[in-house]
Design a protein around this ligand. Sequence first.
Ligand SMILES: Nc1ncnc2c1ncn2[C@@H]1O[C@H](COP(=O)(O)OP(=O)(O)OP(=O)(O)O)[C@@H](O)[C@H]1O
Ligand SMILES: [Mg+2]
Length: 237
Amino acid sequence: MSNYLLEARQLSAGYRGQAVVHDLALQVAPGEIVCLFGPNGSGKTTSLLTLAGELPPIAGSTWLLGAECKAPLYERVRSGLSIITDERSLIFGLSTRDNLRLRGGSVADAIALFPELEPHLSRQAGLLSGGQQQMVAMARSLAARPKVLIADELSMGLAPQIVSRLLASLRQAADRGVGVLLVEQHVSQALNVCDRAYILNHGRVVLSGSAEELKRQSADIEAAYLFGHQAAEKTES
Ligand SMILES: Nc1ncnc2c1ncn2[C@@H]1O[C@H](COP(=O)(O)OP(=O)(O)OP(=O)(O)O)[C@@H](O)[C@H]1O
Ligand SMILES: [Mg+2]
């Protein structure tokens, strides 16, 4: 048993037996927002999908709610895991209201979290802006009252104010005890709301620490996004 809500232990993950993430050790405690940063192709999504039960581990284990877990995604969702990806996974032909109901939470709870969606309840989700669609995705995930939330680049292509709005809603959820694992390209904004972060490069953690420690190195982290190899070599030297 462990006290963490989500954990990777010596996890190797990848596709068709070929690992692209190596020996990952990561923990998310109740009330914590943990970020996973790294350049394109460094293994962030692969790590999240494996922790969510969507991909089987190649080696090592994933732990959910304090116990080792081998269940597939849909069973983990029933135990209190929620995952939000950059594909907003709304049903565009349905109204905002009907989309908000899709995860089993109440529309009233979703609107309490994102009151700005109320005027759009009867509109087709496909007609909402990208930011509004992502608010719907976030509102319905949070309204289902998950214990653990995994979010992959939920602010992809969105305006800075919307990014702050979405990150603030995650902070509120964490402050109620939810454990959040977040992949986010907006490093400095994410470091302002998260507790800890890990930086992946070529599938390995090259840097990790508290948000406070990492804020002092945010220029290095942002450089790692732009110049994958060079930044990793610099970190190691
Ligand atoms: N379905 C797949 N089959 C085979 N290889 C894959 C698959 N998906 C991703 N990969 C490979 O795994 C590695 C890690 O990819 P991953 O999507 O986890 O990176 P990422 O850090 O999320 O990148 P990005 O920032 O671009 O989203 C890459 O080399 C990628 O090409
Ligand atoms: Mg990705």
